[in-house]
Design a protein around this ligand. Sequence first.
Ligand SMILES: Cc1cc2nc3c(=O)[nH]c(=O)nc-3n(C[C@H](O)[C@H](O)[C@H](O)COP(=O)(O)OP(=O)(O)OC[C@H]3O[C@@H](n4cnc5c(N)ncnc54)[C@H](O)[C@@H]3O)c2cc1C
Length: 377
Amino acid sequence: MKDYYKWAKEFAVEYIAPFAEEIDKTGKFPEEIFKKIAEEGFFKILVPKEFGGDGEEVTAHAQVTRAFSEACATVGLCYTMHNVALKFTLTFGREEIKNQVIKDVVENKKFMTLARSEFGTGVHVFNSQLEIKNTDEYSIITGAKSMITSANHASYYLISVPADKEKGPVNWLIPYGAEGLSFKESEWNGLGMRGNNSCPMYMENMKLDNKYAVYIDRKKANQIYPVNIDVIFFMTGLAAVYTGLSRTIYEAAKEHTLSRKYPGDKSLASIETVQLHLSQLFNNVFISESLLEVAAKSLENGEKDAFEKIMSARVTASLNCVDSATLAMRIGGGQAYNNKNSLARLLRDAFAAPVMFPSVDVLRNWIAKVITGQNIL
Ligand SMILES: Cc1cc2nc3c(=O)[nH]c(=O)nc-3n(C[C@H](O)[C@H](O)[C@H](O)COP(=O)(O)OP(=O)(O)OC[C@H]3O[C@@H](n4cnc5c(N)ncnc54)[C@H](O)[C@@H]3O)c2cc1C
């Protein structure tokens, strides 16, 4: 297998990292970076080889996301959402829609995102309250999604809707520009992840051809875990985002301890308490990276307990990231607090980790239920 981490890291050092500060300051979606990501071919890593992609699986998804997130967590998050929506479409979509999406991703360099959260149901994204009226040829959807990454920039929005009475669970793929679809960008004012544009998406009597309905046939798609492949790719993606961010926090904090000198040339790195904090930051990265790699491999091998492993990787990466960000701010002192380096920005990005669906608290519940043989939903 090609070294996806190395490929993405080299790209990220040159084309993403130099703009991380600016993305945070302006709060604007990094459009030019996403054009470059498309040109380089990162959007098609999951597309089967026979359709012009790399035919890769969850490990490559995790590695690219992690490398991008080391440069800028916002970019890593938006990128990972694309892979999740694409994987869902490739797994459950009918041929016609799969071909359309593959053509758009491979030839037209378009990307996708995930729209599941709603104002009412929050992290409980399986309980969509959207209204949907079906006819034989088209359907009409009305309602709102609350926080949609890459809003106004992605070309497809994968939305959850209530289950169909006859055909069961279903998602819809909304093409950008659909009549009745709008976004409220002014509503995004996140503490961190400033450029991800995670704003509300409104659907007002949105009329769509029924070809955009993606019915979830778990048996046909050979879904062996309690949740579908998109949720699994999403958890992996989030684990990768916060693992990448943890590494950057560790490196920025280490750099600060070496460069911060007191009169007499003693550095912060030579102070015992600071050393204890630094070693904790190192541990956090090492644990998160190791868990992510093992869990992704376990998924690729279809191991029985891969689901709980990936949940554990996501929970650990998130909590470690918040812990590292907090400790790094202590090491960074007044200079970090006064935004003289990147640590405060990284802390703000880190605080999205526990609250994103499936949130850390919900996942800890799921892990306990799975290991004791209970249903999670
Ligand atoms: C940066 C960012 C980007 C996002 N991008 C997207 C996106 O692209 N697409 C999308 O669909 N959504 C997105 N979201 C939304 C996200 O995934 C959550 O669904 C959303 O943040 C939930 O917000 P809420 O305030 O309604 O949470 P609430 O549902 O009100 O939850 C608040 C807190 O209570 C906890 N809680 C609630 N119920 C339980 C329970 N049963 N057990 C334990 N704890 C519980 C939650 O864990 C959470 O910490 C994004 C969020 C952020 C921060």
